[in-house]
Each structure stands twice: as C-alpha cells, then as structure tokens.
Ligand binder design. Structure first.
Ligand code: SF4
Length: 399
C-alpha cells in the first residue's frame, strides 16, 4: 500500500491545439473505417452524418475534447475503447452496422458487464448483488471462459469485469483477459480492495487497459461507513496509485446518495480524485434495488438539476479542463433512452444469468447453458422496462 504520504503521479489531460489535432485524426480514422465497411462513399457519408448529429446531442456545448494517455493509446471516455486499437475499429464498425447494416443479418452486441466473482470483502450500503454473494464462486474459470467466448462470438468489443469484487480471483481474471484475443478491451470495475502494485502490474501484463474504482465520498470515514469496511478509502487511494503506476487508465464511479449531493461535496470529490490521477468520474444515481429495495433513495429534482449543472460546468468551462471528465449515465438514459437491454450491452451476473443491466434485474436465461443470441434478440424486442430504448442506436463516440 502506498500510505498517505505518497501521491499519484498525475498527468494532466491533453487539451487545446494538440487535442484538436487528435480529434481530427480520430475523425479521419472513423471515416476510413466507414469507407472500408460500406465500400460506398454515399452510405458512409449518411452513417457518419447520423453519428455526428447524435454526438452533438450528447456532448452539448463541450469545450473541445480532452484526452488521457494510456501507454501510446488515448482515451476520452470509458464507454469507447482506447484509440488507436483493434477494439476501437470493431466498436465503430458495430455502430455503423446498427445505423446502416453492412453485415449479414445476425444479432451482435457491443458490450457486457460480466460479474466474474461472487465473493466480496465489503458490505456496501447500496449493494445490488444480494443473494449472489457468498463464500464460494458460482462459476469455475473454465465456465467463465465459455461464457466469455459466447459473448465474443456475439461480437462483444468491451467487457466490464465486475463482481462481487473481481480482484478476489485476480489470477482467473488475468487468464480471462489474456485468453480473449486482441479485439476486446477490458475494464475492471473494482472497490480497489486488494489492488496491490504487483496485481496492477499482473493485470496490465495480461492486457487490462483501465480500472474504474468505486469511491463514494471525499471523506475517509464517510466512504468507509458506506462501504462497510474500515480501510476501504485507503484501498481506493492505493489502488488508484498502483493502477496509474502500472500504466492503467484510472477512472472513478460515485454513487451520489441524497446526503452527498451538494456543490461543495462534489467539488471536493473532484479535486480529490484529480489528485489521485482520475481521468473521469461516472456519477451514478442511487436506485431502489438490492439493499436499497423499497427505500426512498432517489434524488429529488433539485439534486438532479444540481448534478447536471455541475456536469455541464465541468465539461464545458475551460477553467475546469484540468478536472476529470464527468458523465451522468442515468441522465443520458432519461433523455436519450436506454443503452442496456441488449441495445448496446447486457449484464451477466456471477451465475451467468443474463439481465438487461446491473440495475434492471430479471434473468432472460443463462449465458453458459442457453442461446445467448436469442436472449439478446428477445431483450431488444421487449425493450427496457424502466425507460424507452435509445432510438435505433447502440452508442455514440462521445458518451
Ligand atoms: S463492492 Fe460491490 S459487490 Fe461488494 S458489497 Fe460493495 S456493491 Fe456489493
């Protein structure tokens, strides 16, 4: 562990002229991918215009893109694979195919949140996993490999490894990543507990690109209480340090509960995670599911607009360009529609049961034993139970 005296080596984002040049290069690469895919400039142009329009809707008036280095690759959001890379090419192809199909008529899926462990050393206030957590793993590594292979056959480009705590079986996680081949990008969703320097290096060597660390307060005691374990905050800090040192992109996920949402708290949080090397923060609203089931945990309209205002300010005011980029997936879902339920991704729990997303539970079958393509197709037809689907579109390049 790093201890409180050591701090992360914080590299600022790439902004300004260099970022504009990179943006131009990224766009040029997308045009080439589209021309290769369609072999028709007219079709390529039509799809690219559609994507451009949607990116504009999602990004609003952002002050130009900012980029973070991850080795020789660049990242601007955790929902798009790093650039340039094979997963990025496949990601763009998946989008193009959904806008104007150029492949045979088959079900393809962009991403999966895959729970690889049913064990966890924490007892978080908001935990969704409930009955799935226990002392033993539900799936052996060979079964996990089969599940991953089935998702890969469906075209999955991004895999978000969750749990439980995925670090409880770090060797298995490394084996999964290393065995998956070059076309998939992996992100580890973790509390940070157990992410030592040695494990961070081991994961990076296996091919992991980034970690998303759950941190729910800038105050050590408040975070530890929320996570049900003294030392959780220190682990999150050390995990960020170790991951950054190993060359992994570091981002954070914040469960913004009612008591937390104030301008001062969000600002202190952002300054803290910036000092820990965070490239982005995903602000998640509490949902009345799991341990929160039946409880009035939802944010009120004033709190929702405050979060949105901070989101816009941080992402659009050049004065805050040094802060991590913010995203509010719940807001995006309400305004643009749901990207889960097989539209872009699904959730597979630690028993391989397939659900629309980590928040909307309701298994449609088992990924290990069932017909995954049929499950995804069925989910798409049924749509998301909680919100309308994103309009015929699996993902943009900006979210
Ligand atoms: S870290 Fe995740 S799985 Fe573990 S208790 Fe917390 S929310 Fe549940």
């Amino acid at each position: 562990m790093t201890g409180p005296g050591r701090s992360a080596v914080v590299r600022g984002p790439i902004t300004g002229t260099r970022a504009r040049i990179i943006t131009w290069l990224v766009h040029a690469s997308v045009v080439i991918i589209a021309l290769r895919a369609y072999r028709s400039p007219r079709m390529a142009r039509r799809s690219l215009q559609h994507i451009k329009q949607l990116n504009g809707t999602m990004r609003g008036g952002e002050h130009g893109q900012k980029y973070y280095r991850c080795g020789w690759r660049l990242s601007w959001t955790p929902t798009v694979p790093q650039w340039p890379s094979r997963p990025f090419v496949r990601f763009v192809e998946t989008i193009l195919d959904r806008v104007q199909p150029f492949r045979p008529d088959e079900v393809r899926l962009g991403g999966v949140v895959l729970a690889v462990s049913s064990r966890c050393p924490l007892a978080c206030e908001h935990c969704l996993e409930g009955d799935n957590l226990g002392a033993r793993e539900h799936l052996a590594i060979a079964e996990l490999e089969q599940v991953l292979a089935k998702f890969r056959d469906l075209g999955v480009v991004q895999v978000f490894l969750s749990g439980g705590e995925p670090l409880m079986r770090c060797d298995d996680v490394c084996r999964l990543i290393a065995g998956a081949g070059p076309g998939i990008e992996f992100t580890l969703l973790t509390s940070g507990v157990g992410l030592t320097a040695a494990k961070a290096r081991q994961l990076r060597r296996a091919g992991l690109r980034s970690v998303q660390i759950a941190l729910d307060h800038w105050d050590e005691g408040r975070h530890d209480r929320f996570r049900g374990r003294v030392g959780a905050f220190a682990w999150a800090r050390d995990a960020a340090f170790n991951a950054g040192q190993a060359g992994l992109l570091v981002g954070f996920a914040l469960c913004a509960v009612r008591d937390f949402v104030s301008r001062e708290n969000v600002w202190r949080y952002l300054e803290l995670v910036r000092s820990w090397g965070g490239a982005y923060v995903r602000i998640l609203e509490p949902h009345a599911v799991g341990r929160y089931a039946g409880r009035p945990v939802g944010l009120d309209p004033l709190q929702l607009s405050l979060l949105r205002a901070i989101h816009d300010e941080v992402n659009t005011d050049p004065a805050w360009a040094h802060l991590p980029r913010l995203s509010c997936p719940d807001h995006d879902r309400r305004t643009l529609g749901c990207f889960g339920a097989g539209n872009r991704l699904v959730y597979a729990d630690s028993r391989a049961e397939v659900h629309p997303c980590p928040f909307c539970r309701g298994s449609v079958g088992n990924a290990l034993t069932g017909d995954l393509a049929a499950m995804v197709a069925g989910m798409r037809r049924a749509g998301c139970g909680a919100s309308r689907p994103a309009q015929g579109f699996p993902q943009t390049l900006a979210n």
